[in-house]
Structures are given as structure tokens and as C-alpha cells.
Design a protein around this ligand. Structure first.
Ligand SMILES: C[S@@+](CC[C@H](N)C(=O)[O-])C[C@H]1O[C@@H](n2cnc3c(N)ncnc32)[C@H](O)[C@@H]1O
Length: 389
């Protein structure tokens, strides 16, 4: 695995911790390229013929396929192995983060104290949305909501290091690939916008937000997130990298930015961790805060539309097995219709497949995305929907 860039709050593994992290990554890769693909032949050779024999027809939906597959021992074994590697991955990162947590908190406080390039604003009265409060997405211990001790930065540190390992560094050494990809998208489709203000909805550990500021240095760039632990981390991280970004704790469903004050609202890999009502609210708020002529740019999972029921079933693994309860539903939502309902002109709304996040960072995937069953981890194409006010 290539080395991750050592910014001021990156949790640094000991040699033993690193060996465990590398081992778990190898397990995950083995699972996705060697074990999970076996469920394709189980389906074709056993489950599908049995289904046709019993029902006298092809399965009509991914749900029917899932119900049949869940009874097969190979699917149970493969899913259990995949889920276990995911849990072990987080264990291998969490033990390293917890060992150095006091030091990391001190470093974060130093970086965020005194005179800083960007601001950090937390809201002690913040009401966590239920879809974040009640779920540990992708099995990350404590999810985004955990804020267990004064100055906690655990969620940010876990995501930064854990996602780097899971993606085998495909998001780039600074974990900024999705931000670079979004910046590339803005330049390609909105060359006439010279953004003065960009908001990143769901800024997470802040790597993509920093990439936006670096791509548009003249713009004021703000990252908002619901997670205090991630915001403390992302602010300290950006300061240590010398990037001026303002971070604040806000729900993207109803932000405090003024009407018509923003040139571009960006959101990457965030919508699928919310809810149906939240997606509508977030798009409505984006419309409210955008200037006339401003653009909403959302990078997400590609929809299931156009995939066969079996391909949908494969892509839907995370819904039931990886604590991603909204995954299934969001893949079926019509974002163009939702944007139009929020006020965007239908002719200004479009979807597009773009370069993979890895290629945005000129990083080579060491497994062909076609060989992977499950998430392609940034090696495959990246799907966007966008709307202009
Ligand atoms: C998968 S992470 C992606 C983070 C970042 N965009 C990236 O690509 O690295 C999703 C983030 O969205 C945040 N989030 C979820 N719902 C939100 C909401 N309603 N408002 C603001 N942030 C939200 C989560 O706390 C989490 O940090």
C-alpha cells in the first residue's frame, strides 16, 4: 500500500499495527476478488435454476434474488467473511487511534488554537439527525455521531486512516481524490462560474474540502458536517496542511447560509448515508442558498437503473450487510425529478459518469474494478448529478 501523507493529526501506526492493517487489507481484497465472485456461479448454476424450476419464471427483482441467495451456504459464508474483514479493518485502525488519542487531541487543539487560516464552529445544542445518531455507517465504530471525550477527534481519524486502507490509497495520499474530481467536474461543466463561495455538504475528515480550496484558491470554502469529532479533526488537518477552510457543525437539511449567497454547493459520497426526506431537504436548502446561476454538484453511487436484477442484488450487498440502510433506496431515487421539485429548472439538471476518483489522482488500481464483486473502492467510474439554478 502506498504511504499516506503525514499531516499533523494523522494517526501513525506502529510497525505491528501497520502489519495488521496491511493484513486486513489483503483479506478484504481476497474477499472481493476471490470469495465474493463465487456467488455469481452459485447463482447461475444452482440458485437461478432452482428458482425457475419452482416458480416457472425468472426472478423479477433483486429482492427475490436476495431472499433465495440468503438461503445458500456459499452466500452466507462469503457475506460473513466480507463482513468480518470490514469489522477487522476498523478494529485494526481503532486500536491504533485509541492508543494515541490523547496525543492526537492535543495536536488538534494546538493546530486549531490561536490564529488560524480557517474557523471552526461547533454547536453544543446540535440535534443529530436520527439516520446518523442511530447507525454506525459501514460498521465504523461509533459512527460519525460518537463524541466521547473532550475534544474527541476519533471519527475523523478513523475515517481518514480506515478509508485510506480500504481504498488501497486510491483516493490519493491526501485522501482528496473525490474533491479533485468534483473540482474537475465544476471546471468541465461550469467553465463560466468563477466561484467566490463554495460549500461542501458532509465534509467529513476534510480531504475533499481542502482539494476544493486548492482548486479554487480565490473562493471562500466552507465545509459543514453533523459530526463534531470529524469537524475538529478536519479543521486541525486543514490547518496543518496550510489550507484555509471554514468548518461548521450544521445539518445540510437546513443550513445557516443566506439565501442566494453561494456559487457552488458540492456534496460527495454523503447523500447515501442520509434518508429519503433528508435528500429532498438537502437539495431544497442547496437551491435556497445558491445564487442565480449557481450550481449543485453531487458525487454519489450510480443508480441501479439499467442494471439486471442480479447486478442490482450484487451492488446492494451493503444495505443489509454493511450498515448502509439507505443504500438500496437511494439507488432508485430520481434525482433529476427531486432537483426539479426543489426549484431547479429541469433543463439545467443532468447526470453524468466521470473519471474514477483514482484516475483523478493518477493512482493505479491494483485490482481491475471488473474483477471486484462489491464496492469498486474508487477504481471505477464516479457518478454525478448536477443542477443549475
Ligand atoms: C461518507 S462521509 C463522506 C465525507 C466526505 N465528503 C468525503 O468524501 O470524504 C459522509 C459524511 O456526511 C456527513 N453527513 C451525513 N448527513 C449529513 C447532514 N444531514 N448534514 C451534514 N453532514 C452530513 C457525515 O457525518 C459524514 O461525515
Amino acid at each position: 500500500m502506498p504511504l499516506q501523507f503525514e499531516h499533523g493529526v494523522l494517526p501513525k501506526p506502529t510497525a505491528d499495527e501497520e502489519a495488521r492493517q496491511e493484513f486486513v487489507f489483503s483479506m478484504a481484497q481476497h474477499s472481493m476478488t476471490q470469495i465474493m465472485p463465487g456467488i455469481v456461479s452459485v447463482y447461475e448454476k444452482q440458485v437461478l435454476p432452482e428458482f425457475k424450476e419452482n416458480e416457472k419464471r425468472e426472478p423479477a427483482t433483486r429482492h427475490e434474488i436476495r431472499r433465495s441467495m440468503q438461503r445458500h451456504p456459499y452466500y452466507q459464508l462469503a457475506s460473513s467473511f466480507q463482513r468480518s474483514t470490514q469489522e477487522l479493518l476498523w478494529d485494526s485502525v481503532d486500536e491504533s487511534v485509541q492508543r494515541q488519542l490523547s496525543d492526537l487531541i492535543t495536536k488538534a487543539e494546538q493546530l486549531s488554537g490561536g490564529e488560524t487560516l480557517g474557523n471552526l464552529t461547533l454547536d453544543p445544542e446540535f440535534e443529530m439527525p436520527r439516520y446518523i445518531r442511530d447507525n454506525d455507517h459501514h460498521v465504523m465504530p461509533g459512527g460519525y455521531a460518537a463524541d466521547l471525550r473532550t475534544g474527541d477527534i476519533t471519527a475523523g481519524a478513523l475515517y481518514d486512516r480506515g478509508a485510506y486502507i480500504f481504498t488501497d490509497g486510491l483516493f490519493g495520499e491526501k485522501m482528496d481524490g473525490v474533491g479533485k474530481s468534483a473540482a474537475q467536474f465544476i471546471r468541465k461543466y461550469y467553465p463560466d462560474i468563477a466561484p467566490q463561495k463554495i460549500i461542501d455538504f458532509g465534509s467529513g475528515m476534510g480531504g475533499p474540502t481542502c482539494a476544493l480550496k486548492e482548486a479554487f484558491p480565490e473562493a471562500e470554502v466552507c465545509g459543514i458536517d453533523v459530526s463534531a469529532a470529524e469537524l475538529r479533526y478536519s479543521h486541525a488537518r486543514a490547518e496543518s496542511l496550510g489550507v484555509a477552510v471554514h468548518f461548521s457543525q450544521q445539518n445540510a437539511e437546513r443550513t445557516n447560509f443566506e439565501d442566494g449567497s453561494v456559487d457552488v454547493v458540492v456534496s460527495v459520497t454523503t447523500f447515501h448515508e442520509t434518508s429519503r426526506a433528508a435528500v429532498e431537504n438537502i437539495i431544497r436548502d442547496a437551491y435556497r442558498i445558491l445564487k442565480s446561476g449557481g450550481a449543485l454538484v453531487v458525487g454519489e453511487q450510480p443508480p441501479f437503473e439499467g442494471k439486471s436484477p442480479f447486478e442490482q442484488f450484487l451492488a446492494d450487498w451493503d444495505t443489509l450487510n454493511n450498515n448502509e440502510p439507505f443504500w438500496s433506496t437511494i439507488h432508485e431515487m430520481d434525482m433529476v425529478a427531486i432537483c426539479s421539485k426543489a426549484g431547479f429548472k429541469p433543463e439545467g439538471v443532468f447526470t453524468s459518469m466521470e473519471q474514477s476518483v483514482a484516475s483523478t489522482n493518477a493512482v493505479e488500481a491494483n485490482a481491475d474494478p471488473d474483477d471486484i464483486v462489491g464496492s469498486d473502492r474508487g477504481g471505477g467510474d464516479f457518478w454525478y448529478f448536477s443542477a443549475r439554478k
